[in-house]
Design a protein around this ligand. Structure first.
Ligand SMILES: [Zn+2]
Ligand SMILES: [Zn+2]
Ligand SMILES: [Zn+2]
Length: 668
């Protein structure tokens, strides 16, 4: 099945009203912190008043409790909790089982033998794909999960009815497969997934593409939230060959299923490209900044289908897919040896993944930065390259746009920031440490800017990456802004820094572009005048390409790896990659160590140094504001002008955490 446009549409418009879920369930980890009906965070008083032994779920308000708790008991969700508490007390991930039980209860399905289990309520169950045994262990895990889960659901239903379990759990398995195939993770305000929800065919029939033209967002609507006006009509209609299925679906829509979760998290589909009437609408089910092989593996594991979208079928592969797995051979002797290449890529992948996983679990940012920067600069370390049969091995390096490089920049930006705050926490009284911390924060900002610039280059050839790119620009902006406003600059010029006001947009408004006006118009809800993506992007790139050269050499001073990037915004150097020696990196011992000695010379330079320092900060601030507003502009295309991101950016722009204290009196 598929969904198509019923009329022509522009980019950045809602294609559906907020659609309520058929069923939703919080992940186990959020059961005590969020309302099980509407998914809103619970007020602290609710937590206190909830007796954990009497109920497994919490509600924010009487209406949520009144609408949801009957279903909790009648669907046997309650009994499932009792059952799981005895069998797997600590490792319960029961949200999919609970959503399946709830669905099973509200659907009032006819007896099994009168209907095929291929589709239930118009939704694909993928039953035959998911439970057919296969040769790889991944599928066996899924099979076990479905068999065990179906059985637990069936037993819980028997407990509810006071009957004996007959051993048959086919129907429960089918419902669980339906949930695994159709449920989406509910994420709001950029946080982690709160739970899952299953929507009717209006959303569930929208197919995946690796180059989608639409995206979706969630809207929480607790009973207190007023309905807002201006909701869109449904502009997508079912397509495909199965007329009967379509008629059934449309009929079920008008009847509206009894008991569906009226307070549950709603979903809104929105266009990220202009779409013509009759064209199919696609969303992405996975992260799109991954090469084809990884996307396919993920789609297969999660949804059991092989993607044949335009991007996947392109021959030759699209530019984006080429660069995401581009490598550079250090020694060309073995370049034809595909076996060798694959083996090397596998090792590189393991090495980068391990370094990132180590950092996330152990939290040693310094060690992680060292490893990642070495592998980016030189490929695998020597000890990983034992020769085969006496032949020395080709050493492959990652292209700066390789998906592992992108993952590495993301981690480096975070790790340098964490390292800085660890340093300040430990010995905040020492001057030298403050200098080094500032240096680390600079490097963190450099990596976020590099990441945004690099992925923007990819975005230029595939605009469906817009949501990821919006995020990268916003993080770069946030990072640059907090660097510009850091109080650590005082240690740089021995506490005599003249005051500059970096707390509001107005004092440093850019007259070269209309980003700020665009943002204000968005923020105050006047109809987004949509300067047009192309127009705004052009203005933005003009501004940042003139500011970046003023700050880049300063940002990367003393940092040997970053120096290899001539300019993070101008991607001309990328095109020369294959042939030139730009990337040829001479091993520096300790390339992560900050060269803070060069700072001391400058910091003794008196008034001029202070003035220069403030000029750098103004430029960093200006660049940061541009990145932030542009990221906000892109995100308003994906999530609408009134999303939490707009407020978040507003707060960052008007940040109060700018210079305070002594420094402000130095000016006169
Ligand atoms: Zn609620
Ligand atoms: Zn695809
Ligand atoms: Zn500008």
């Amino acid at each position: 099945m598929e969904m198509r446009m019923s009329e022509d549409t522009e980019m950045g418009l809602d294609l559906t009203p907020p659609l309520p879920p058929l069923a939703s369930s919080l992940h186990d980890s959020h059961l005590r912190s969020h309302c099980s009906a509407c998914f809103s965070p619970l007020p602290p008083t609710v937590l206190v008043n909830t007796n954990p032994s009497s109920s497994f779920l919490c509600y924010c308000s009487p209406p949520c409790s009144a609408s949801d708790s009957p279903l909790h008991f009648s669907s046997a969700e309650h009994h499932l909790f009792l059952l799981l508490r005895h069998s797997h007390p600590s490792t319960a991930h029961s949200s999919d089982l609970r959503a399946a039980l709830r669905l099973l209860h509200i659907l009032h399905l006819p007896p099994l033998h009168t209907q095929p289990l291929h589709r239930i309520c118009g939704l694909l169950t993928n039953l035959h794909h998911l439970i057919s045994p296969s040769h790889n262990s991944e599928s066996d895990e899924t099979l076990t999960r479905i068999r065990d889960g179906g059985k637990a659901m069936a037993i819980a239903r028997c407990m509810r009815d006071g009957t004996e379990f007959s051993g048959d759990s086919k129907l429960e398995e089918a419902l669980l497969c339906l949930v695994l195939t159709n449920a989406v993770e509910v994420q709001v305000n950029g946080g982690s997934a709160l739970g899952i929800a299953v929507y009717d065919w209006c959303f569930s029939w929208i197919n995946h593409s690796c180059s989608p033209n639409a995206c979706y967002r969630f809207l929480l609507r607790s009973p207190e939230t007023p309905q807002f006006s201006g909701e869109s009509r449904l502009q997508i209609i079912p397509g495909g060959n199965d007329e009967i299925e379509i008629q059934n679906a449309v009929r079920s829509k008008s009847e509206s299923i009894e008991g569906c979760n009226v307070h549950g998290p709603r979903i809104i589909v929105r266009s990220i490209k202009a779409i013509k009437k009759g064209e199919e609408v696609w969303v992405a089910y996975i992260d799109l900044l991954q090469p084809k092989e990884i996307r396919h593996a993920e789609l297969w594991v999660k949804y059991r289908f092989s993607c044949c979208c335009n991007r996947c079928n392109a021959s030759p592969p699209t530019y984006v897919d080429l660069v995401l797995q581009e490598t550079l051979a250090h020694s060309l002797n073995h370049i034809d040896d595909n076996m060798c290449r694959e083996e090397e890529i596998r090792k590189l992948t393991d090495y980068v993944d391990d370094a990132i996983a180590d950092y996330l679990s152990v939290g040693n940012p310094e060690a992680c930065c060292g490893k990642l920067e070495n592998v980016l600069a030189q490929g695998l370390p020597d000890e990983q390259l034992e020769p085969i049969e006496g032949k020395s091995r080709a050493n492959f390096k990652l292209h700066p746009l390789h998906h592992l490089s992108l993952a590495a920049y993301t981690t480096l930006a975070s790790a340098y920031r964490v390292h800085a705050s660890q340093l300040l926490d430990l010995h905040s009284e020492m001057d030298g440490d403050e200098l080094e911390a500032l240096s680390l924060i600079k490097t963190s900002a450099a990596y976020s800017l590099l990441l945004a610039g690099a992925t923007h280059h990819i975005f230029l050839s595939d605009s469906s990456l817009i949501a990821s790119i919006a995020n990268f620009w916003m993080s770069a902006g946030e990072s640059l802004l907090s660097l510009a406003r850091s109080s650590l600059w005082n240690s740089f010029v021995k506490g005599r820094l003249p005051f500059i006001n970096l707390s509001s947009l107005q004092s440093h408004k850019c007259y070269e572009c209309s980003l700020a006006d665009e943002f204000e118009a968005n923020f105050f809800g006047s109809q987004a005048h949509n300067g047009g993506l192309e127009n705004i992007s052009k203005q933005f790139l003009n501004c940042v390409s003139s500011i970046t050269p003023k700050v880049w050499s300063f940002l990367i001073k003393g940092h040997h790896l970053c120096k290899k990037f001539k300019d993070p915004i101008d991607s001309n150097w990328l095109q020369k990659m294959e042939t030139s020696k730009i990337w040829d990196f001479q091993a520096h011992s300790g390339c992560t160590a900050m060269d803070s000695s060069s700072w001391d010379e400058e910091s003794t330079g008196g008034y001029e140094a202070q003035r220069d320092t403030n000029q750098e900060r103004k430029n960093l601030f200006k660049l940061g504001i541009h990145c932030l507003l542009y990221g906000g502009f892109l995100s308003s295309i994906c999530y609408g002008p009134s999303s939490y991101l707009t407020r978040y950016i507003r707060n960052l722009v008007d940040g109060e955490e700018s210079l305070t204290g002594n420094s402000s009196h130095e000016m006169d």
